[in-house]
Design a protein around this ligand. Structure first.
Ligand code: DAH
Length: 347
């Protein structure tokens, strides 16, 4: 519509009527969304028929402007409404076409609900109990250096754990941490006592996998340092924790052991009662009183004397082992095979 609205009122009115009628029939004829969009542009676009018409308003005599203006508004509303209606109709047709031949009354396929892995479940439960006892969460990297994994923790160069056969080393000299005890060193480097932290996390060893060992496994580390911390605190804390987790009847035993970073050191066993098997003790944690040599290493590294005169206890609990006892799981490998028949039992 190139010509502008004529200067007389009647001519203007008939222009509006014509443009509107042409626009409505264009819209009604649009066979798909693309054609409808083209129609919209050719009517309401910057150079569209209706826009050109509106610009012509300035030629209408002043006294006729209100009447012609009202007519224009009414025409624009009718065009917009027709566009919306046609769009809805085309959408309905497209929807109907896309489901043609499909019985939409058939029930859908249901996705079975997922659940948390038993390791996650037992970790959450263990962390909840330990937090209630005043421990706070800490964290550290899985790719570590020898200082945090061994040297700071009083582990000599020739200790078997440092052997290439037992630890995954990178060419750079870094390693996959063999224990979450690394976090003990990291926390004490940063923080002055008192310290009361736990750190759940993964650890890695070049172990052969069998019914009670994995090469990638999970631990919860704990460290409590203050003045006058005793073996009694250590025993009381861990016994309380294990009974809160497994029930007050749980049989727990502490066996003397050796770790370079604790003195004295213990291993903790809990009685595993798996279905169809005779009860047996399984080792679930190592623990002990922090070796004064560790405090000295930290103070030497930081150049402070934060830890002089402190005592403390530390522990490292195997999460897979906790899960085995918690649910009577006879073989640790069930925890990494991801057989849904096994996992579904924990939902
Ligand atoms: N890091 C030891 C391990 O993985 C477990 C352990 C023993 C952790 C004694 C401790 C500890 O914090 O005090 O076998």
């Amino acid at each position: 519509m190139k010509e502008q609205i004529a200067s007389s009122a009647e001519a203007a009115v008939s222009e509006v009527v014509n443009v509107k009628a042409a626009a409505l029939s264009l819209i009604a004829a649009a066979a798909d969304m693309k054609e409808l969009e083209n129609a919209r542009v050719s009517v309401l676009g910057k150079k569209g028929s209706f826009s050109v018409l509106q610009q012509g308003m300035r030629n209408v005599p002043k006294e006729d402007k209100p009447a012609v203006g009202a007519l224009l508004n009414e025409a624009r509303a009718a065009i917009t409404e027709a566009l919306d209606a046609r769009m809805a109709e085309l959408q309905r047709l497209a929807d109907a076409q896309s489901v043609a031949g499909i019985d939409i009354t058939l029930p859908g396929e249901t996705l079975p609900p997922g659940g948390l892995h038993p390791i996650s479940l037992v970790r959450e439960e263990a962390v909840r109990i330990l937090r209630r006892m005043g421990f706070t969460l800490s964290d550290g990297p899985e790719i570590e250096d020898e200082w945090h994994c061994f040297d700071a923790l009083n582990t000599p160069e020739d200790h078997p754990a440092r052997n290439e056969k037992d630890t995954f080393y990178f060419d750079s000299g870094k390693l996959l941490r063999t224990q979450t005890s690394t976090v003990q060193a990291r926390v004490m480097e940063k923080q002055a006592p008192p310290v009361r932290i736990i750190c759940p996390g993964s650890a890695f060893r070049r172990d052969a996998i069998d019914a009670t060992h994995l090469s990638a496994f999970n631990q919860i580390e704990g460290l409590y340092v203050d003045k006058h911390v005793s073996v009694g605190d250590l025993k009381g804390t861990l016994e309380y924790f294990l009974k809160a987790l497994f029930g007050s009847e749980t049989a727990v035993r502490f066996r003397p052991h050796f770790f370079p970073f604790t003195e004295p050191s213990f291993e903790i066993d809990v009685l595993l009662q798996a279905a169809g098997q005779a009860p047996r003790w399984i080792e679930i944690a190592g623990c002990g009183m922090v070796n004064p040599a560790v405090f000295e290493n930290i103070d030497k590294a930081t150049g402070r004397s934060d830890y002089a005169g402190c005592t403390g206890f530390a522990f490292g609990i195997g999460l897979e082992r906790l899960a085995m006892i918690r649910w009577g799981i006879r073989d640790i490998r069930l925890l990494i095979e991801n057989d849904v028949r096994f996992l579904a039992q924990f939902q």
